[in-house]
Write a protein that binds this ligand. Structure first.
Ligand code: AMP
Length: 419
C-alpha cells in the first residue's frame, strides 16, 4: 500500500467511531448535568489575544512553554486556547452578564506538550464556571457536579482530592516558606525544578519527577498558613461534601499550577490509570482573575474535566461503552427505481436507523450485507411486491418468519418487530 503523504501532527489524533460516539455521549451527559444545575453553555473562540492567557501566570508551563501562538495577518499576537477558564473570564469582563453567572463549556484546547498516551497537543475538555459569588457552598456544588457526572458515566475508581490555597496573603507567606525550604534543598532538586524555583516556588510542588518527589514530601504544607476566614471556608466545603456523601481526601500538597488559584482547589484522579497521567479533572477558585483581565472584581470558581482522559479511565474500568449505532433496519431493494432510497428516507424520518447499498447489486449480495450490518430486520422490495403495493419484512435475528405488509403500514410493522 502506498504511504500517505501526510500524517496527523504529533500529539493529535484522528477521532473516529466508536470513540467519537462515546465522546459525544459523554458530553451529552455532562450537558444534561450542567443544564439541570442551571448552567448555560458558552462557547468562546478557539483563539484569543495572547494576553488573555499570559495573565494565567508567566511562570506556568501552560503559558511558558506550551502555548501555540502566532502573529495573524493583521499583526495581532494570537494564541490557541490552552484552557477555557481564562477565555470565560474574558467573556465575563467583556459581556458583563448578571452575576452570579453560571456557564458550562465544551471544546478543544491546545498545548505544546510532550505527547504520550493520555497527554495530547489537542484535547477536549468539558467544564463549568461560576463567576460572581464567594459562597463556599458553591465550591461544594461545583465539586459535586463533577462527582455526579463521573458517577453517572459509571466510573467508580475516581478519587477526589481537595485542598485550600488560602487567600493571597496566606499564599505569599507560604510561598516564602517554600522558597526557603526548596532553596535549602536545591542540590537535590532536578534542573527543571531549580529553574521553576527561581520563578515560582509553589510550582515546584506540581512536579511529578521522582527526585523532586522526595523533597516535596518534606515541604511545609499550606494548611499551616491559612487565615481564619480561609480556614472556615475550607471547613464549610468539607462539611458540605460530607453532608452530600461525596467521598474525598484532603491532600495538603495539592497546589495545582495556575497562579490565579486561591482558596478551594480540587482534583479528580482516575486510580485505574498510570499515576503520571491519572488526573481526569480539576479546578478551584480564582477570585482575582476576572479583575486581572480588566473586568469587575468578581470572584470565580470552576473546573475542567478532560474528555479524552476520562474516556481512558472508562476503558480501564470497562464502563461507558459505545452507544448502539448499528442500523436497526436494512433495506434490500431489487427494483430499477429509487424505491430503496425512498424507504430508508421514510424509516429515518420515523426515527429508525436504516441503511442500504446500491440496488444494482444482486438480492443475494444485498442480503449478505443485511446480515452483516447488525440490523434486526431487513425489509425487502422487489418488482412483485412493488406491483402489489407491499413490502416484505424479514427478521434477521431471533424468531419469526418473513411476512408481507401493505406499504402504508411499513413503519408500524417494523416498530413492532423492534420492540
Ligand atoms: P488542567 O486544565 O491542566 O487543569 O486540566 C484539566 C484536565 O484536562 C486534566 O485533569 C486532564 O484530564 C485534562 N488534560 C489536561 N491536559 C491534557 C492533555 N495535554 N491531554 C489530554 N488531557 C489533558
Amino acid at each position: 500500500m502506498a504511504e500517505p503523504l501526510f500524517r496527523s501532527p504529533p500529539g493529535t489524533r484522528d477521532l473516529m467511531p466508536p470513540v467519537t460516539d462515546r465522546m459525544r455521549a459523554m458530553v451529552e451527559v455532562f450537558a444534561d448535568e450542567a443544564t439541570k444545575a442551571g448552567f448555560g453553555q458558552v462557547t468562546p473562540p478557539m483563539f484569543e489575544d495572547i494576553g488573555v492567557f499570559v495573565r494565567l501566570g508567566e511562570a506556568t508551563d501552560v503559558v511558558n512553554k506550551e502555548l501555540y501562538s502566532f502573529e495573524d495577518k493583521g499583526g495581532r499576537t494570537i494564541a490557541l486556547r490552552p484552557e477555557q477558564t481564562a477565555s470565560l473570564c474574558r467573556v465575563f469582563a467583556e459581556q458583563r452578564p448578571v452575576p452570579p453567572w453560571k456557564a458550562w463549556y465544551y471544546g478543544a484546547n491546545f498545548r505544546y506538550e510532550a505527547a504520550q498516551k493520555g497527554r495530547y497537543r489537542q484535547f477536549d475538555q468539558v467544564g463549568a464556571e461560576v463567576i460572581g459569588s464567594s459562597d463556599p457552598d458553591l465550591d461544594t456544588e461545583l465539586i459535586v457536579l463533577a462527582a455526579r457526572f463521573y458517577e453517572r458515566i459509571g466510573l467508580r475508581n475516581v478519587q477526589l482530592m481537595v485542598n485550600s490555597l488560602g487567600d493571597p496573603a496566606d499564599r505569599a507567606a507560604y510561598t516564602d516558606a517554600l522558597r526557603a525550604y526548596f532553596t535549602a534543598n536545591q542540590a537535590d532538586l532536578t534542573e527543571q525544578s531549580r529553574l521553576t524555583l527561581a520563578k515560582n516556588p509553589l510550582r515546584v510542588m506540581d512536579s511529578k519527577r521522582e527526585p523532586d518527589q522526595q523533597i516535596i514530601e518534606g515541604a511545609p504544607v499550606l494548611g499551616e498558613f491559612l487565615s481564619v476566614e480561609a480556614g472556615a471556608a475550607f471547613d464549610r466545603v468539607q462539611a458540605g461534601l460530607n453532608a452530600l456523601n461525596v467521598p474525598f481526601v484532603v491532600e495538603p500538597r495539592l497546589v495545582r499550577g495556575l497562579d490565579y488559584y486561591n482558596r478551594t482547589t480540587f482534583e479528580f484522579a482516575g486510580l485505574s490509570l498510570d499515576a503520571a497521567q491519572n488526573a481526569v479533572g480539576g479546578g478551584g477558585r480564582y477570585d482575582g482573575l476576572v479583575a486581572n483581565l480588566g473586568g469587575p472584581d468578581e470572584p470565580g470558581i470552576g473546573f475542567a474535566l478532560g474528555v479524552d482522559r476520562t474516556l481512558l479511565a472508562c476503558d480501564a474500568e470497562g464502563v461507558f461503552g459505545a452507544p448502539d449505532t448499528n442500523p436497526q433496519v436494512w433495506v434490500v431493494a431489487a427494483t430499477p427505481g429509487v424505491e430503496g432510497l425512498a424507504l430508508v428516507d421514510q424509516l429515518r424520518r420515523a426515527g429508525l436507523r436504516s441503511d442500504r447499498v446500491e440496488s444494482t447489486r444482486s438480492m443475494k449480495a444485498q442480503m449478505k450485507k443485511a446480515n452483516k450490518s447488525g440490523a434486526e430486520v431487513a425489509i425487502i422490495v422487489g418488482e412483485d411486491e412493488l406491483a402489489r403495493g407491499e413490502i416484505a419484512i424479514k427478521p434477521l435475528r431471533g424468531q419469526g418468519d418473513q411476512k408481507n405488509v401493505p406499504s402504508s403500514e411499513l413503519v408500524e410493522a417494523v416498530q413492532e418487530y423492534l420492540q
